[in-house]
Design a protein around this ligand. Structure first.
Ligand SMILES: NC(=O)c1ccc[n+]([C@@H]2O[C@H](COP(=O)([O-])OP(=O)(O)OC[C@H]3O[C@@H](n4cnc5c(N)ncnc54)[C@H](OP(=O)(O)O)[C@@H]3O)[C@@H](O)[C@H]2O)c1
Length: 324
């Protein structure tokens, strides 16, 4: 027997229950993993609340790092004792142990410890596809990143800065503004106090930014469209404040022939080659120091409800991990 956090009915953080579970032996193509660190991500709260529905009961969690304990039939690239991490396969990371498809795992380089891996794989791979694939940032671009002091935000600010962009970022408090600034955000905007559209227009001499990366959703979506230059790219990739309501496509025309996309990490790491290319690029920028990973909060896995409360009440910065 081992333990996991399970959701039997959707709801608030109180539905996260510490249960005993059976894991069993790995089937063909699977490995059995012992987790040493688990990543906390906003998507975990959508699974828990039912915003993104999953069959119940379910174990939440999309990201973890750990050690291979056993391999199933046909698994040739991994062996017991290998250190691995993941962020793009079936949910179920809030567990001490679990089964996982071998072809969705990434081997961890020797220099990368498992806690840092759990803190960066999902948010770092997200920053990577947003900045390098969805709208490839070029030197000289000006980009707007919402929730700049968050998990994805702090990584994206550093990476966009390293690519040569001018980085504008929104944050809710002066402390978060300082933190974003220390991580490559040239112009933090306190969107709880200031009109972020007017300030972005002012910072760009009226022109607007090339791209907005918006993981906040409902509260910022319409304003984000007004921050873009003509033919700019609106990337809506999350709902921290709630889902974006329906919008007529004609609005994109009225606001300057804008492009709009709603991507997920899964769309960019669907093949094993894309997964490895993305991981290699991420490991590269972390190893050479262009992107520093911030494990700013850690909680015992048992206390996942506390971690969810902190994340949803905007009390976290950078990345958060859960320790089994
Ligand atoms: N599509 C994808 O592939 C993908 C992948 C990863 C993450 N995401 C999305 O990216 C966003 C960031 O994820 P994350 O895990 O890195 O979380 P996070 O940014 O660390 O936390 C969310 C942040 O959003 C801001 N926020 C604004 N309004 C909020 C509200 N009403 N309630 C709570 N937070 C609010 C807060 O920053 P301030 O206090 O500074 O406002 C908060 O710290 C989420 O929407 C997530 O779903 C999408």
């Amino acid at each position: 027997m081992t333990h996991a956090i399970r959701v039997h009915q959707v709801g608030g953080p109180e539905v996260l229950r510490w249960d005993s579970i059976e894991v069993g032996a790995p089937g063909p193509g699977q490995v059995r993993l012992r987790h040493t660190a688990i990543g906390l991500n906003f998507i975990d709260t959508y699974h828990r609340s039912g915003l993104y529905p999953l069959p119940l009961p379910m174990i939440p969690g999309s990201e973890a790092a750990g050690v291979v304990e056993a391999v199933g039939e046909g698994v040739t690239e991994l062996k017991p004792g290998d250190r691995v991490g993941y962020c793009s396969g079936p949910v179920g990371a809030y567990a001490e142990e679990r089964l996982y498809p071998a072809d969705r795992l990434v081997k961890l380089p020797d220099w990368l410890d498992e806690r840092m891996a759990a803190a960066m794989l999902l948010q770092g791979m997200t920053a990577r596809y947003l900045l390098r694939k969805t709208y490839p940032v070029r030197a000289g671009d000006t980009v707007l990143i919402h929730a700049a002091a968050g998990g994805v935000g702090l990584i994206a600010c550093q990476w966009a800065n390293a690519l040569g962009a001018t980085v504008i970022g929104t944050v809710s408090t002066p402390e978060k503004a300082e933190l974003a600034k220390a991580h490559g955000c040239h112009h933090p905007i306190l969107y709880t106090q200031e009109d972020f559209v007017a300030r972005t227009r002012e910072l760009t001499g009226g022109r607007g930014v090339e791209v907005v990366y918006d993981g906040v959703g409902k509260d910022t979506f319409m304003g984000s469209l007004d921050c873009l230059r003509s033919r700019g790219m609106m990337v809506t990739f999350g709902n921290a404040s709630g889902p974006v309501p329906p919008m007529p496509p004609a609005l994109l025309g009225q606001k300057g022939g804008l492009f709009l996309t709603r991507p997920s990490l899964g769309h960019y790491v669907a093949s094993r080659d894309e997964l490895l290319e993305t991981a290699t690029d991420l490991f590269g920028v972390v190893r050479d120091g262009r992107v520093k990973i911030n494990v700013h909060q850690s909680f015992a896995l048992k206390d996942a409800a506390e971690a969810h409360r902190a994340l949803e009440s905007r009390r976290t910065t950078g990345s958060t991990i859960l320790l089994p």
